[in-house]
Design a protein around this ligand. Structure first.
Ligand code: NI
Length: 172
């Protein structure tokens, strides 16, 4: 029996790779997306990117929250608008770390769904932020790269503990 996918924690190398585009929406992708939705729900996430489930592919999912259904975004592209604003973010791959991250407040996303169809959505506020956070994962970028010096200082111990426990303990 294949091992069940779990959440990948910093500093795993897969989180730092630029993820590959999905060439075919096939059974492997469908199963990966099911696993990603399961993990996001299990860990009370808002969204989860494929590298966080150990697969370096350009896919992320979002959860059924704030009036939105569960969604999947394959090979997403983002267009951003507006003056950057701060908002608190966490990340399932960085337990116990929170930071205020500056991002544009409006986003338009174009992606492929599980049927292989392209779609576009526009949102502002929380979803524009979540999409940017998850898109960052596909580029190998984490909130620790974007946080401001004060937050870096505040999270120093949690980050050090996480990096020390690399390879064991934290996952299931
Ligand atoms: Ni994250």
């Amino acid at each position: 029996m294949a091992a069940e996918r779990g959440i990948v924690f910093h500093p795993s190398p897969v989180l730092r790779q630029k993820a590959r585009p999905v060439e075919r929406v096939d059974g492997f992708v469908a199963e990966l997306v099911r696993d990603m939705h399961r993990l996001a729900r299990e860990y009370d996430g808002i969204g989860l990117a494929a590298p966080q489930a150990g697969e370096s592919l350009r896919i992320f999912v979002t959860c059924a929250l704030y009036g939105e259904p569960e969604r999947v975004f394959i090979n997403p592209r983002l267009e951003l608008k507006g003056e950057i604003v701060g908002g608190e973010e966490g990340c399932l791959s960085l337990p116990d770390i929170r930071a205020e991250i500056m991002r544009p407040p409006q986003a338009r996303i174009t992606a492929i769904d599980l049927e292989g169809n392209e779609f576009s959505l526009e949102r502002d506020g929380i979803w524009a932020r979540v999409w940017q956070h998850e898109f960052d994962h596909l580029e190998g970028t984490l909130i620790i790269d974007r946080m401001r010096p004060l937050d870096r200082l505040a999270n120093r111990r949690a980050l050090r503990d996480l990096e020390r426990s690399a390879g064991g303990g934290r996952g299931r």
